[in-house]
Design a protein around this ligand. Structure first.
Ligand code: HPA
Length: 270
């Protein structure tokens, strides 16, 4: 562990009490409502966590919430660090490293994404089966961090058993859950229609600007990952509509309850 990760872990540990989360849930843009479902919760503002930054993006608050969801000890990350905010890749992945050090074994990541596949309109929930890292960055670059592999296998980064569980819970809840490949770009500009055609050719079904750094670090630490995208808009050129962060937030807000129910149902059976 590096000295700075040490300080991050110590600060969170001292606030957690006896809570020992096994599951971490990362909330995407506008999906903050899930944190309110936790019972016995302790809220830790990012300002009190060394190495954590105050989020600059509307729709991302800045706190960790440690508590109980569906009978399981969990930690919820409300507010992410994005590459497009100018953060280095290791900053974007610091929460995942913290979770690993806290003993978390399952990382659930959510995000808002543009629908690249034409049938994935606003409001679609997509289980991430795999990703394309097109950010040009990797949080593992540099010295190997203790507890992490130098060359992690990414062939099942999104755990097949967790995916099967998610599909099962969705079926039980009557929630439509599509499946597809998430492409991560650096951002922050949305893509051009030509870029979306390129992404479709590359095999992407949805596009966004997050998630991949965390999943790479989690894989290097042997944590299991589950990823769910909320398609908040048709990607550029798929429809006539102009893209805006306001639309992304509005759609994410509308889907929040359904996604929250799905995640709660999954966590109950992890
Ligand atoms: N592109 C990239 N990131 C996004 C989008 C998009 O269309 N929608 C939400 N996040």
């Amino acid at each position: 562990m590096t000295a700075s990760l040490d300080a991050t872990v110590a600060a969170v540990h001292s606030r957690m009490g006896t809570r020992a989360p096994k599951v971490a849930i990362v909330l995407g843009s506008g999906l903050g409502g899930l944190a309110d479902r936790l019972t016995d919760a302790v809220r830790i503002p990012y300002a009190e966590i060394p190495g954590f930054h105050i989020p600059t993006v509307q729709g991302h608050s800045g706190e960790l919430v440690v508590g109980t969801l569906a009978g399981q000890a969990v930690v919820v990350q409300s507010g992410r660090f994005h590459l497009y905010e100018g953060h280095a890749a290791d900053v974007t992945a610091l929460p995942a490293r913290l979770f690993g050090e806290l003993g978390v074994t399952t990382l659930v990541v959510t995000n808002a994404a543009g629908g690249v596949r034409a049938s994935f309109g606003p409001g679609t929930l997509m289980l991430i089966t795999d990703h394309l890292n097109l950010t040009g960055r990797n949080p593992l670059a540099g010295p190997v961090v203790a507890g992490e592999l130098r060359f992690p296998d990414m062939s099942a980064a999104y755990d097949p058993a967790l995916r099967a569980l998610a599909l099962d819970v969705a079926r039980e809840q009557g929630t439509e859950l599509q499946q597809g490949v998430y492409a991560a770009l650096l951002g922050p500009s949305y893509e051009t229609p030509a870029e979306i055609r390129m992404l479709r050719t590359l095999g992407a079904d949805a596009v966004g600007m997050s998630t991949v750094p965390e999943v790479i670090v989690a894989s290097a630490r042997g944590m299991r990952c589950l990823g769910i995208s909320t398609v908040t808009n048709a990607a550029a050129g798929v429809s006539e509509a102009k893209l805006s962060h306001a639309e992304v937030m509005a759609t994410a807000g509308q889907v929040g309850q359904r996604l929250g129910d799905l995640i709660e149902g999954i966590v109950a059976r992890i």
